[in-house]
Design a protein around this ligand. Structure first.
Ligand code: MEV
Length: 307
């Protein structure tokens, strides 16, 4: 029996713009985790998770990216295509909420299968497997989800460039709240692409998001939580103009801003999923959790940033 693990991710700044080569800042989010267990069982590859139990080759099309992560791992391992193995996925990462669930599952699957066959998995190979699966899940992934969920550190991510790890010196707390609505990363990414074709002026929103992300990096390094909060608020506004927010996210962002957050914005693909709010003290973060829950958040988490 072998196991593979991965955590979730939170994009602090730069989602969507990152697809077009602008920077993003993302943090591993260890409050949610996925664990994959692989063991010998039966004659054919089978899988169980919260939403599916059965043979891998009979999985419906919606599971294509997960199937791809399994098949590509087996191929890279030189293992049989349909071995007598059972894969069990246990996850506390809510799916389709902008927390990198699909990438994290692919990371944990690759790790568990490589461990089962006793082979080392290099960072490069892990990245290739997860990115390939993500291309099926999200169409045109920047790679930020694959990079963050396979690592342990906050990252500065620019598509096609060497990954940079960030030391965060910020004395603040991040409150993460789930709207309870499935996000729609694939359609949100496609709609931004369409918008850029039909209204080339929309590129200005991406430029602005890129600049705000650069500023956020400085504020994270120099412990300026109030300034970071301001750029988060501005980023949410630009994401709204790009059309990737929705009523539920806007409501939670507004409630957080009015409830004493230094700043708030959606995180990840948007159109449902999660939002984040910045608090300067643990007490403020706890208060924000209360108001966000009252406003309808289905789940909330608190993460200290400069941990
Ligand atoms: C999804 O977590 C983040 C997006 O920027 C898409 C991507 O970077 O692939 C919306």
């Amino acid at each position: 029996m072998s196991q593979g693990h991965a955590g979730g991710k939170i994009i602090l700044m730069g989602e969507h713009a990152v697809v077009y080569g602008y920077p993003a800042i993302a943090l591993p989010f260890s409050a949610v985790q996925v664990q994959v267990t692989v063991e010998e069982k039966g004659d054919s590859l089978s899988l169980s998770c919260a939403l599916y139990q059965g043979l891998v080759h009979e999985m419906p099309r919606v599971w294509e990216s997960l199937k791809h992560a399994i098949r590509l791992s087996l191929y890279r391992l030189g293992a049989p295509t349909d071995p007598g193995l059972h894969i069990e996925i246990e996850s506390t990462i809510p799916p389709e909420r902008g927390m990198g669930s699909s990438a994290a599952v692919a990371v944990a699957i690759a790790r568990a299968l490589f461990a089962f066959y006793g082979k080392d998995l290099s960072d490069k190979e892990l990245w290739e497997i997860v990115q390939s699966a993500e291309a099926i899940a999200h169409g045109n992934p920047s790679g930020v989800d694959a990079a963050t969920t396979s690592g342990q550190k906050p990252i500065w991510f620019v598509k096609g460039s060497e990954l940079e790890h960030l030391e965060l010196c910020l004395d603040a707390y991040l409150v993460v709240a789930d709207t309870g609505k499935m996000g729609q990363t694939l359609s949100a990414v496609e709609d931004v692409a369409d918008l850029l074709c039909t209204q080339p002026d929309a590129e200005a929103e991406l430029v602005a998001l890129g600049t705000l992300t650069q500023q956020a990096r400085l504020y994270l390094a120099t412990n300026q939580a109030d300034k970071l909060g301001q750029v988060m608020n501005q980023a949410h506004h630009h994401l709204q103009i790009l059309g990737v927010s929705d009523e539920a996210l806007d409501k939670l962002v507004e409630v957080a801003q009015e409830g004493g957050a230094l700043g708030a914005k959606l995180t990840g693909g948007g159109r449902g999923g999660c939002m984040i709010a910045l608090a300067d003290t643990r007490k403020k973060a706890d208060d924000l959790v209360m108001v966000l829950k009252e406003a309808g958040a289905s789940q909330t988490w608190i993460q200290q940033i400069g941990e």
